[in-house]
Design a protein around this ligand. Structure first.
Ligand code: FAD
Ligand code: SF4
Length: 510
């Protein structure tokens, strides 16, 4: 008879956790596929499959390592489909007198965990995940007087503390940030490497459909693009370092009509499910750069390391610093509905159709597609951040609330009033045209602001400036756009607003 149940969430698949250092006869490790987790938002089918597949592989790895494991599949008749009820009967069945949990990454689960001891009447102990580099409350602790938190400050502290990309006390190369070298547009002559992919797990997506779980997006068909085991995740990281890292920096903002993954790493799911540790990722990238600086530009290595060491830790800090209020923030009082085609990709706007289409096909879009295409359009349109959040949380395989919400509500929709982003991330069609080749294939004319063929981003951009003018003119980074708008003739302004009203009224058909 065991005395302890150790419950592992689907995003806590860390084989290096001290729990698993050696088999413990007094502990049963428990994993559960539950409707509680599949139903709180509509998820992409490949996201559900990635989590279930990764959990099953993790359970097998533990069993091979000699651990006692209890795994509840979604269709297991014993499965009550929610955590408290499952723990209740499992504790009784195994004679457990205590339940051990790892600190969850999401606020809703944190609340649930805190109530479990009372609900179950069994001693509950919560331990760390040994995953992140900073603590949950790092922003408040490190910057107690800050009114706004800037990623760059945390990033520099973490470079010093971890020694990553440091020469003694100085940043390598003499600069903390090489972004100025990193803003190249997509070049169709570039050879983009084939993405790594694996066989789908036989029957897994079918079992999700049979369990009647409501999902969105397309099944993985013959290919699985999300690594689910530690071996696959390390292989993906090594493949990135070998074939993509040299181009990552210059082309991280580029947009391509033909290449969904471009030079990005696709390790977000493995990181967020704790299969990879952020420090091992950045150290591997640093080692590769130090070994081959002539092949891997410092701007690429630094640009990538900043995403993982800086941005990822920073958004987690924002989440825990601001929850639960962040979940309802709507500083711009946006109330519009998300256009229907966000769920189908069926729009004549080539950039939107490509970004949404690949999201439905792969459960993936890269950062600039999320920020400057789908996010930009929703922001210009004035969509309710709750709707935008639900879409991002459902559609991407890497979407877990702690990382999705600050990126969506804060960075992309400016719903936190500038806590994260010093200005709203908005642009007309010109930025999208500059960074890639979508506009060449588009029904709309990126250079036209009014008329039937005018790119919808253009009038919406000036409409946004007009709507939020009082707020924006106080922001030095938006002042120029406000001044440009003021220089338009009253007739031009009226035409732009009329065109924007037309786009909004017919948005489901653009
Ligand atoms: P790469 O471009 O190769 O970057 C490497 C890694 O850096 C990523 O895997 C990720 O772990 C980290 N990273 C990069 N940017 C960020 C960021 N802004 N915040 C946190 N980590 C970052 N990322 C998620 O992991 N989950 C989400 O739900 C999510 N939602 C987003 C929503 C919006 C509106 C926006 C603008 C961004 C969102 N991001 C999210 C951040 C980023 O877009 C993804 O991390 C990235 O596209 C994942 O693909 P990749 O692994 O190929 O990343
Ligand atoms: Fe997107 Fe406008 Fe370019 Fe079409 S013209 S691809 S809608 S930016």
């Amino acid at each position: 008879m065991s005395t302890c149940i150790r419950f592992v969430l689907g995003d806590q698949l860390n084989l290096q956790h001290p729990w698993f250092a050696k088999p413990d006869k007094g502990a049963v490790v428990v994993l559960m596929e539950m409707r509680q987790e599949t139903d709180y938002v509509v998820h992409h089918i490949q996201k559900v499959a990635a989590f279930f597949g990764a959990m099953r592989a993790f359970a097998e790895a533990l069993k091979k390592g000699g651990h006692r494991v209890e795994y509840l599949r979604i269709d297991d008749a014993r499965n009550r489909q929610n955590l408290a009820e499952n723990l209740q009967w499992l504790a009784a069945e195994h004679g457990a007198t205590r339940i051990e949990l790892q600190e969850p990454d999401e606020y809703r689960l944190d609340l649930l965990y805190k109530s479990l001891e009372k609900t179950l009447g069994i001693a509950v102990f919560i331990t760390g995940t040994h995953h992140f580099i900073t603590s949950r409350n790092s922003l408040g602790e490190r910057f107690p007087k800050a009114k706004q938190f800037r990623q760059e400050l945390l990033y520099r502290q973490l470079r010093v503390e971890t020694g990553v990309l440091m020469d003694g006390n100085e940043p390598v190369g003499g600069s903390w940030n090489y972004d100025a070298d990193n803003r190249k547009a997509f070049d169709p002559k570039l050879r983009v490497p084939e993405p790594l992919a694996w066989e789908p797990i036989p029957g897994l997506e079918e079992s999700i459909t049979q369990a009647d779980i409501k999902t969105l997006g397309e099944p993985g068909k013959n290919r699985r693009y999300w690594p689910i085991t530690r071996e696959e995740a390390l292989h993906t990281l090594d493949d990135f370092i070998e074939h993509r890292l040299p181009y990552f920096g210059p082309y991280q903002d580029a947009l391509s009509h033909a290449h969904p993954f471009l030079f990005h790493s696709r390790i977000s799911f493995s990181l967020n499910a704790h299969i990879l540790h952020p420090l091992e990722v950045v150290q591997r990238v640093e080692q590769a750069w130090r070994a081959e600086p002539e092949r891997i530009p410092l701007s690429s290595a630094e640009g990538f390391i900043r995403q993982v060491l800086g941005w990822r830790e920073y958004v987690r800090g924002i989440y825990w610093h601001t929850m639960p209020n962040y979940a309802t923030a709507n500083a711009l009082n946006h109330r519009a509905k998300l256009p229907q085609w966000y769920w189908t990709g069926k729009t004549r706007m080539a950039c939107m159709s490509a970004a949404i289409g690949q999201s439905l096909t792969y459960a993936y879009a890269h950062h600039i597609q999320r920020l400057m295409i789908t996010g930009n359009f929703a922001l210009l349109l004035g969509v309710d951040p709750n709707e935008v959040d639900a879409w991002y949380l459902g559609i991407y395989a890497d979407a877990i609330e702690w990382v999705e919400m600050p990126n969506t509500r804060g960075m992309s929709q400016w719903a936190d009033g500038g806590l994260m982003a010093s200005k709203p991330y908005i642009s007309s069609g010109q930025y999208i045209n500059k960074m890639g080749n979508h506009c060449k294939q588009c029904h709309y004319d990126v250079n036209a602001r009014t008329g039937a063929k005018a790119c919808p981003f253009n009038a919406l951009y000036w409409d946004f400036i007009d709507r939020h003018r009082t707020l924006l003119q106080r922001n030095p980074r938006m002042a120029m756009a406000c001044r440009t708008y003021d220089k338009f003739s009253p007739t031009t302004r009226a035409e732009l607003l009329e065109k924007a009203a037309e786009v909004k009224a017919g948005v489901d058909g653009v």
